[in-house]
Design a protein around this ligand. Structure first.
Ligand SMILES: [Fe+2]
Length: 192
């Protein structure tokens, strides 16, 4: 019998350890489990860490990162769309932190932020609230087959519609249908 391992953490190399620790605390509620001059281990759940940070004077920013191989983004999931939107408002008001790109992917609504090192960090919530249903949508639906990326969103338009009383179903239909597209082209963080 095989045993399937669970994805546990990512380890990011950084030249700015404390800024990264502070950002993940503010944006994703990550607490420091251990910090030392060479790095840190952070978590926002019961695991002993979910984000590891490694620092050294030898680590430097990659000015051409968008053209190079590596991670495009890491992702956190909120338990509800309301929680995701509330966090968007909180981060914008408190930290002036706004996403570089927002998408309705069909099965999720996803807001992507940039951490102090330039990594993209997705905050998502599942429209179905049920991974088996969202997996089926991605695997089999004609909508996903026709458009595997989804529709860009202006998060302020989504939040405004929610404030005006739109239900979550309505937000999804209107956003996925293109009613909340941003005025400016989002920053995709990748050279296409
Ligand atoms: Fe993602």
């Amino acid at each position: 019998m095989s045993v399937t391992p669970i994805l546990h953490h990512v380890n990011l190399k950084t030249p700015r350890l404390q800024e990264m620790v502070d950002w993940y605390a503010a944006v994703a509620g990550c607490e420091v489990i251990h910090l030392y001059p060479g790095g840190a281990w952070l978590t926002n759940d019961e695991a002993n860490h979910r984000i590891a940070l490694l620092t050294s004077p030898l680590i430097e920013d990659d000015p051409d990162r968008f053209h190079h191989t590596g991670m495009h983004h890491l992702a956190f999931e909120y338990p509800s769309v309301d929680a995701l939107l509330d966090n968007y408002v909180r981060l914008k008001d408190a930290l002036d932190a706004v996403p570089h790109m927002c998408l309705d992917h069909g099965m999720t609504i996803s807001f992507y932020y940039v951490d102090p090192d330039g990594n993209s960090v997705e905050m998502q919530a599942d429209w179905f609230g049920d991974w088996s249903k969202s997996k089926l949508f991605r695997r089999e639906s004609a909508e996903f087959e026709a458009d595997p990326i989804g529709t860009f969103l202006d998060p302020d338009k989504v939040v405004a519609a929610r404030r005006e009383g739109a239900s979550l179903d309505e937000l999804h239909q209107r956003g996925y249908g293109g009613e909340f597209v941003p005025e400016v082209q989002p920053d995709l963080r990748v050279a296409l």
